[in-house]
Ligand binder design. Structure first.
Ligand SMILES: COc1cccc([C@H]2O[C@H](CC(=O)N[C@@H](CC(=O)O)C(=O)O)C(=O)N(CC(C)(C)C)c3ccc(Cl)cc32)c1OC
Length: 348
């Protein structure tokens, strides 16, 4: 690529992209030039927001005011943030945030407007959640609150990316207009992550599993990891997986509408990782003891295979069959799980 003519701030932005997410950064950098820069900066705008939202050492009032003014912040030359706690893995990004703000200026107007609009909605959504989570220590209450939170942190990302894809002309206007499918792309990934990260989030006192679900099985979210509630915990896990699986058909439909090969790879890889993750999480009591992840070898195979819709359908079919094989007839959600898997097979 024409790195020679890249400014210092642009080079630094790509260094941050590669620092924050190795495997995923590689796929972003394969996108066509114009879209690549927009997605890279969009990613860093989102990472900045995430680093503020995730940092429990920032006083709630300060956090909320930063989140609510993110749209202004990303056009404020020289703005940076040095008060992140020491263990915030992306604190250096916020220390050097002026390089992101500088490079955003070079994006074409349409891309900028999309990124600013999503940043504004996400910042306010995160602030809304942070404030009521501050009052109500249970975190997320209803399944509706759960979907709302996932919309703010992930659904909006799907919407923003779909708009960028259509704005670039590489994908049809339909991709950007079909909000339901774009939102499902985010919710599917985010819900798989929230199920996987049960223990890690509980240790950080972040409670994303909705009370409306876990209260059918135990008295408190933390009871799920006590061996005396093992059966209930596994049934609760099934219920959480069932909720995530409902989004899978939309994701397959979304991917079947993508035409550009590089955009397809960029969109498909996280989706096949998510269905593989759900399959390994389902009926797996280890979720309550450690962070269960798919093996490196399986990840590499999925990355290599997820390059066309027929292969992606084949991958989803494989993992829905794994889930059906693991399904337990004594599980209250046994039938709903098999129907959800059937619907995924249908939509293939
Ligand atoms: C059409 O929508 C998408 C199309 C392609 C990719 C993503 C989505 O995939 C990564 C994939 C990624 O970041 N994977 C990590 C591994 C991990 O987080 O477990 C990685 O490979 O490091 C991801 O997870 N999130 C974070 C959210 C889920 C909150 C949106 C994410 C954050 C910023 C951007 Cl620009 C994109 C994504 C999409 O977003 C829905």
């Amino acid at each position: 690529k024409k790195i020679a003519s890249w400014s210092k701030s642009k080079i630094r932005c790509y260094e941050f992209l590669n620092m924050t997410s190795r495997s995923f950064a590689a796929v972003i950098q394969e996108l066509n030039d114009e879209l690549r820069d927009a997605v890279c900066l969009f990613y860093l705008v989102l990472r900045g927001l995430d680093t503020i939202e995730d940092d429990m050492t920032i006083p709630i009032e300060k956090k909320v005011s930063i989140l609510r003014s993110w749209e202004e912040i990303i056009v404020t030359d020289g703005w940076n943030f040095t008060e992140n706690g020491p263990n915030e893995k992306d604190r250096q990004l916020l220390v050097e945030y002026p390089v992101v703000i500088e490079e955003l200026k070079n994006l074409n107007k349409t891309y900028k407007e999309i990124i600013f609009d999503i940043a504004k909605q996400m910042g306010n959504g995160m602030a809304d959640y942070a404030t009521n989570a501050a009052h109500n220590k249970f975190g997320v209450n209803t399944v509706k609150d759960y979907d709302q939170y996932c919309f703010y942190v992930a659904g909006l990302v799907g919407l923003g990316l779909s708009s960028l894809f259509s704005a670039s002309g590489l994908e049809s206007p339909e991709v950007g207009r079909n909000t339901k499918l774009s939102i499902s792309m985010g919710l599917f990934l985010q819900k798989a992550n929230i199920i996987r990260d049960y223990l890690e989030d509980l240790d950080d006192n972040r409670r994303f599993w909705p009370k409306e679900i876990w209260s059918q099985y135990v008295n408190d979210l933390s009871d799920l990891k006590d061996p005396e509630h093992k059966k209930q915990a596994i049934n609760c896990l099934s219920r959480m997986c069932l909720d995530a699986l409902q989004r899978a058909p939309d994701c397959l439909t979304y991917l079947s509408n993508i035409r550009d090969q590089k955009i397809f790879n960029f969109c498909a890889i996280p989706q096949v990782m998510a269905i593989a993750t759900l399959a390994i999480l389902f009926q797996n009591y280890q979720v309550y003891q450690k962070n269960v992840k798919i093996r490196k070898g399986e990840t590499l195979k999925l990355i290599q295979k997820a390059t066309n819709i027929l292969n992606v359908i084949d991958i989803f079919r494989h993992y829905t069959r794994v889930i059906i094989t693991k399904n337990n007839s004594r599980d209250p959600n046994f039938l709903k799980i098999s129907i959800a898997c059937g619907q995924i097979e249908q939509s293939c």
